[in-house]
Write a protein that binds this ligand. Sequence first.
Ligand code: ADP
Ligand code: MG
Length: 243
Amino acid sequence: MYMIETKNVTKRFGDLTVFQNLSVNVSKGEVLVIIGPSGSGKSTFLRCLNHLETINEGKVIIEGEELIESDKALIRRITTKMGMVFQNFNLFPHMTALQNVMEAPITVKKEDKKVVEERARKLLTKVGLGDKMDYYPSKLSGGQKQRVAIARALAMEPDIMLFDEPTSALDPELVGEVLNVMKELASEGMTMVVVTHEMGFAKDVADRVIFMDGGKIVEEGTPAEMFTNPKQDRTREFLKKVI
Ligand code: ADP
Ligand code: MG
């Protein structure tokens, strides 16, 4: 069974078809990296996986269960299995790092506060922020904020993590600390779909790379295939620009 399966998924915004008949499978423990130019539909694809966007045609199947729009309880159950990390952190500004991490398990999953607090402290320590738990986001650097965001997603104990350009808003010297946390997650066997322009990360960590352009999968393969021997001209052109 795949952790993520999309079958001929089509997504439109009005007259704009973002992608058509997109079929992608992700296995358990796999790290799939999606690369491609701006506007190619990468974010929209990720958002369709966890129902932040609804699809027009096709199927999205998560751990064997199809996301059926009309079944709200099912949607809630399936989407809580997926954590998502965005480019712009999206932390609650009026909550400390610890409160940010504790929020969803308590309000969404109705978990016991003590249990959640213990987990949140462990997660913040794991992402290297053991000494920043009581800081508000405004007092944290971009890299620290993004690590809080990762800890917050992990607090829901997801089976799948989706990352949408998690380092694109960061100063260059802060990118590494976030990528290192993601690398560690990958090495622990987390199933991950990562949209990124960090080709070094893709080379080191990805099991498979997809190059998307204009809503189509132009090429996919292992990092070795994609980076050392791309078959398509469009892939070569893109890689020339970003590497
Ligand atoms: P990427 O993440 O690869 O840069 P996106 O998925 O954000 O691409 O966007 C793909 C296309 O869909 C773009 O043309 C974008 O303008 C369009 N788009 C994205 N979100 C919306 C929306 N909510 N409404 C209308 N068009 C959108
Ligand atoms: Mg995007």
